[in-house]
Ligand binder design. Structure first.
Ligand SMILES: Nc1ncnc2c1ncn2[C@@H]1O[C@H](COP(=O)(O)OP(=O)(O)OP(=O)(O)O)[C@@H](O)[C@H]1O
Length: 259
């Protein structure tokens, strides 16, 4: 089944009050943000989507796929849900090389495409400052390399049209590029974030409070401009981090930076 959109039908907040946002639909290729202070219910919202809740969770929200209640087997079987999750604490545990893993994953999805390993590694290497090589063992990858590979793998191989991202602000990757990559592959991307670079590059964002969806903000053109500039600052910070990591010294010259 092609998943073109998901709809969240509002439920109740922590105080049992009906959510102000009654219905929210996110379409293929859209990047949608979830913002709100600690404990406001961001993870809970993502978890409702992940479980394809049908009024059976704390919030009593309902999740529709293409405007309809998803089939029971899709709800029961995690493999049929086709929802990928990425967070900054995820790491690979398998004892195999990057190439072996990618070939195995592609094969399991029935994808036989010449050069797929190089394609994914090239994409991943656009997101990390420390290039990944196909002969590397997965277990030696750094946090940033692991997350970059996961994003590229989800974009190209994974059959999951929905990608839920939980706070990747400190994941050590080029976040802006990572989200653009996923959306460019036609994914429905929902991202929880406190990070202005990410929050402002979304098309819309929902504001959470007391466990409920209170408002939907459309990202203005001005905010998109701000996001691009913040992204330059961010990538520059990342490059400083890489220098330190490789034992370089920094000089005042290095922080001569104009947006
Ligand atoms: N609609 C709701 N009804 C009842 N309880 C809720 C609801 N939404 C969230 N909660 C509960 O409130 C607590 C905080 O929610 P959650 O962890 O989702 O917040 P968060 O915004 O992700 O917080 P943080 O930023 O600290 O990770 C959790 O125990 C969660 O189960």
């Amino acid at each position: 089944m092609d998943i073109n959109e998901i709809t969240i039908i509002g439920g109740y907040n922590k105080f049992g009050e009906a959510e102000a946002v009654k219905e929210l639909t996110v379409k293929k290729g859209e990047i949608f943000g979830v913002v709100g202070p600690t404990g406001s219910g961001k993870s809970n919202l993502i978890s409702d989507i992940e479980q394809l809740a049908q009024g059976d969770t704390l919030s009593r929200r309902k999740i529709l796929i293409n405007g309809e209640v998803p089939p029971v087997d899709m709800r029961r079987d995690p493999r049929k849900r086709r929802i990928a999750q990425l967070s900054q604490n995820m790491n690979f545990l398998a004892d195999m090389t990057v190439e072996e893993f990618l070939l195995m994953h592609a094969k399991s999805r029935g994808i036989e495409k010449e050069g797929i390993v190089d394609e994914i590694i090239n994409l991943a290497n656009k997101l990390t400052g420390e290039p990944i090589k196909k002969e590397y063992n997965l277990t030696i990858l750094s946090g940033g390399q692991s997350r970059s590979l996961m994003v590229a793998d989800v974009a190209v191989i994974s059959d999951s049209p929905i990608v839920l991202i939980d706070e990747i602000e400190n994941a050590g990757i080029k976040k802006h590029e990572a989200l653009e990559l996923l959306a460019g592959y036609g994914k429905i991307v929902m991202v929880i974030t406190h990070d202005p670079v990410l929050a402002l590059m979304t098309d819309r964002r929902v504001v959470m409070k007391n466990g409920g969806m209170t408002e939907i903000i459309e990202t203005s053109e001005e905010e998109k401009e701000v996001s691009k500039k913040l992204n330059c600052i961010d990538n520059w910070m990342l490059s400083m981090r890489e220098k330190i990591r490789y034992g370089d010294r920094l000089a005042l010259e290095d922080i001569k930076f104009t947006v």
